[in-house]
Design a binder for this molecule. Structure first.
Ligand SMILES: *Cc1c(COP(=O)(O)O)cnc(C)c1O
Length: 461
């Protein structure tokens, strides 16, 4: 398998180069040159464990790592770090919840970042050299990325988050990791500002090469790839329990990384009848899928901060495929967007952008009402991100093909939302309770590209 850029200006590269490149050198996103179809293999995959299934899927996209090594990497990543398993499907009321928060930081991002940490270490061990990871986090990516690479030889991580705009627990989780290779930066701006700084520095090719800058955000293809696996796991599990051949999935969405993995799974032949994209009040994507207009609004702060995003970096991958892999058209549209803050595509005869992808917005009130309902009716506590997905799925109706809602975080990470919804402190987790005691380290940085650059240069020396 070879990889190309959405902007069409890099020669095809192998998987390991794609992982190390992060953002493509031409400013685009790295995508596989083709998408394998596995429809005929699905039956033989139904009884596989998570690591076994991961190996079958990931090997299709990784042809430059010997299979035995790849298998070992996957087994290490999806072993004891996840308790009891990586992806756990449970029936709750009239739908299924796919719990993806059984990893070390209690959010679904661990699934991709445990593997990515191991991949980085493996690649550096074989090729030599160092890696300086530059990341931007709206909360959960940061901790999952930091836990993925803490203490690893040859790797430093610089993680930017919007100062005072992540939850107290998210802050404790990232800033309490005191390993020497972990550098937290609180940027005086929004998450989009952090992402902007990251893109500017990673897009400065001289700087990127000289300082060996790599990416852990979902611009990194390996993250999307790792996430494809749990769509297969969940759909195969629910097909088995319900006997239904087609399944729908609802995905709480911010940067479009998670749902994009579902979209790839669908292209690979997995029987998904509908992907339901759920946003909070930051609904740029929901508006796009209902109108064909992608236009930036202002960032709202919500109870689901990991989804408080206006410019979704992975959207470019979807758009590229949607345009029939036409880089020239994509470049034109991205240029429009850069200049005017909006772009638009024609919508189909059926009046929608994508007949397999329905989008909706879950408001703050719907989020709170959904947490309350699931707690009182089913004794199940949803985190506020998951609740947005469940609310949008419910508003579309649960009759018909079974619906799986992706549970992206453990509710204990967002106790204030749970308290607001239920009036009680129902969301505890021993790992979270431990955090408050721990010392922290973090530096505040101006909302400025040069200020961020200086921190990196000064730290690396
Ligand atoms: C990151 C995150 C999301 C959004 O996922 P994207 O891949 O950015 O769309 C949703 N919920 C939680 C808890 C997250 O951490």
């Amino acid at each position: 398998m070879k990889y190309i850029s959405t902007r069409g200006q890099i020669d095809p590269i192998e998987f390991q180069d794609a992982v190390m490149m992060g953002l493509a050198d031409d400013g685009g996103l790295i995508v596989p040159q083709s998408i394998p179809n596995v429809k005929d293999q699905l039956d033989s995959w139904r009884e596989l464990s998570y690591p076994e299934l991961a190996f079958e899927i990931i090997r299709l996209y990784v042809t430059d790592i010997p299979e035995a090594d790849l298998k070992a990497l996957i087994e290490t990543s999806y072993g004891e770090a996840f308790d009891p398993d990586v992806a756990v499907t449970v029936g709750v009321g009239d739908l299924y919840v796919l719990e993806l928060w059984h990893g070390p930081t209690l959010a679904f991002k661990d699934v991709a970042l445990q593997l990515l940490g191991n991949l980085f270490e493996y690649i550096l061990a074989h090729r030599g050299g160092r890696l300086n990871i530059l990341g931007a986090t709206s909360g959960d990516t940061g901790s999952a990325a930091i836990y993925g690479v803490r203490g690893r030889a040859g790797i430093d991580i610089f993680m930017m988050h919007p100062h005072n705009r992540i939850s107290a627990i998210q802050y404790q989780q990232i800033a309490s990791v005191l390993d020497d290779n972990v550098h937290n930066m609180a940027v005086e701006g929004s998450f989009d500002d952090c992402q902007q700084i990251m893109k500017a520095l990673a897009g400065d090719l001289d700087f990127k090469k000289r300082y060996h800058i790599g990416a852990v955000n979902s611009v990194n293809w390996a993250r999307v790839l790792a996430q494809i696996v749990y769509y297969f796991k969940a759909v195969l599990d629910v097909q088995k329990t319900t006997g239904s051949s087609q399944v729908r999935l609802a995905v709480p969405t911010g940067n479009f990384g998670d749902i994009l993995a579902g979209w790839y799974a669908m292209q690979m032949g997995l029987e998904i009848s509908q992907l339901i994209l759920a946003t909070n009040e930051n609904d740029i994507l929901a508006r796009f899928f209902t109108s064909g207009e992608y236009s930036m609004g202002k960032v709202h702060r919500t109870l689901s901060p990991a989804m408080d995003i206006q410019v979704a970096s992975n959207f470019e991958r979807y758009l590229f495929h949607k345009l029939g892999n036409d880089s020239a058209r994509l470049c034109q549209l991205m240029e429009d967007f850069g200049k005017t803050g909006q772009l638009s595509i024609e919508i189909g005869h059926d009046g929608v952008v994508d007949s397999k992808l329905t989008a909706g917005m879950g408001s703050r009130d719907q989020c709170l009402a959904t947490i309350k309902k699931y707690q009182s009716e089913y004794d199940y506590v949803l985190d506020p991100h998951t609740a947005v997905g469940v609310a949008v799925a419910e508003s579309l109706g649960l009759d018909g093909d079974p619906v799986i809602c992706l549970a992206t975080a453990h509710p204990a990470k967002f106790p204030e939302a749970i308290r607001q919804a239920t009036g009680r402190d129902l969301a505890g987790h021993p790992d979270i309770d431990k955090l408050t005691e721990l010392p922290t380290r973090c530096q505040v940085v101006a909302n400025d590209i040069e200020a961020a650059r200086k921190v990196i240069v000064d730290t690396i020396g």
